[in-house]
Write a protein that binds this ligand. Structure first.
Ligand code: LLP
Length: 382
């Protein structure tokens, strides 16, 4: 688990993100080992954390890159990923971003709408090239997760609906600058109920069967990411159960000879390896509540405010008897609260506070609201 207690951060300005590269290596080793058992290809979802040392680790393990913007493609290339390892997803790829991907000659576009297929074809024709594409299909499977990070239901904006597929196949026959290589799914994030992935396999099998009936043998199946992590007791279960996760697909996903199966994991690979480290600026005693006001806020980690996400909070400086606090940030918003009624050892100005499991969707979602400085990143091996 991420070891925070024995660090000497006396003179280190806060807030900062702390990443344990040793734990990252352990996590990635396990994920790689379990995926390799079945010959699965893992693409790391850069959107979770796109810092160079993290990307270099992913790349060294032979993972590909799942990108959702032109800048993510550039960042992946700059950190050693081969263009042939890059997939490009997203419901709103701009023309400029599509051109970046075509210029780089990436492995595959995961296409999300009929119109997007037409535009990629048009831009590929202009560049006298062919784009490899997978259709992102909305399987209508409920991921049992927060509604803001559920993506595979018909009411979500993502993917092509199954009832559109006959039209899409007709269109694909006409779009001569596209090469249709497979299908792609991603049903949501922070999925802890693994049965959801069983349902996904069933749907992918049905959809594949339909394609076979239409005379298409798909070379690639991409089942996306979404494996969740333990935000509540990170000390018990730092590394997600990759063995159980991949075993579900091995048991239930029908794979034809020669077919390649791809995954796009983000959070499960990095969340537990990072923490947001902050100091207490003030303790404010109210009639009803005590507030611990930190020097980090929603600008550094917005997940608690945006999704009511739970992140474990620890006071690394105090061993005094416990008290209850609302742990809040300095931003001028009432929603700038990491958690209410947190039991911590009695807390004082300048105590160091760790907000755990912040390695994924923490730093990448930071803003400079209130004209705040961007917090730095510190790595365990520094
Ligand atoms: N593939 C696609 C197409 C995705 O949209 C995503 C995440 C992933 C892969 C990686 O999913 P993961 O393995 O990390 O669950 N900001 C939110 C999470 C948004 C996830 C968006 N898509 C949060 O902080 O919970």
């Amino acid at each position: 688990m991420l070891n925070l207690k024995n660090q000497n951060w006396e003179n280190t300005p806060t807030p900062f993100y702390y990443y344990d590269l040793e734990l990252l290596n352990q996590t990635v080793t396990l994920a790689h080992q379990e995926a390799a058992r079945y010959g699965y290809h893992v693409h790391y979802a850069l959107k979770a954390n796109s810092n160079a040392p993290i990307l270099k680790t992913m790349q060294q393990y032979g993972f590909g890159a799942d990108c959702v913007s032109g800048n993510e493609i550039k960042q992946a290339l700059a950190n050693g990923f081969g263009a042939d390892q890059i997939v490009f997803a997203g419901v709103g790829k701009s023309d400029a971003e599509i051109k970046i991907a075509l210029d780089a000659d990436i492995f595959c576009f995961n296409c999300e709408s009929v119109q997007e297929l037409e535009i990629i074809n048009e831009l590929a024709a202009q560049q006298n090239t062919t784009a490899w594409i997978a259709l992102r299909i909305n399987p209508n499977v409920n991921a049992n997760t927060h509604k803001y990070i559920t993506t595979g239901l018909e009411e979500n904006k993502f993917g092509i609906n199954t009832w559109e597929l006959p039209e899409v196949l007709t269109l694909l026959n006409q779009l001569t600058h596209l090469e249709f290589i497979g299908i792609h799914f991603h049903i949501g994030s922070q999925i802890t109920d693994l049965q959801v992935f069983e349902q996904l396999c069933v749907r992918v099998n049905e959809i594949q069967q339909w394609f076979r009936e239409q005379g298409f043998n798909l070379k690639h199946l991409n089942v996306g990411g979404g494996l969740g992590v333990d935000y509540y007791t990170p000390e018990n279960n730092a590394i997600p159960d990759f063995a159980a996760y991949f075993a579900i697909f091995n048991r239930l996903l029908e794979v034809q000879p020669g077919q390649v199966v791809h995954f796009e994991l983000g959070r499960a690979l990095v969340a537990q390896c990072g923490a947001l480290i902050s100091r207490v600026l003030y303790i404010k005693k109210g009639q009803k509540k005590n507030f611990a006001i930190l020097d980090a806020g929603m600008t550094e980690l917005i997940r608690p405010m945006l999704y009511q996400a739970h992140h474990k909070i620890e006071n690394l400086s105090s061993n005094l008897p416990e008290q209850t606090y609302d742990v809040v940030g300095p931003i001028c918003e009432s929603s700038d609260c990491f958690a209410q009624n947190v039991v911590l050892p009695e807390t004082h100005r300048h105590d160091v506070i760790a907000i755990r499991t912040a390695g994924a969707y923490g730093e990448v979602m930071a803003s400079n609201y209130n004209l705040r400085e961007k917090a730095t990143a510190i790595y365990s091996s520094n």
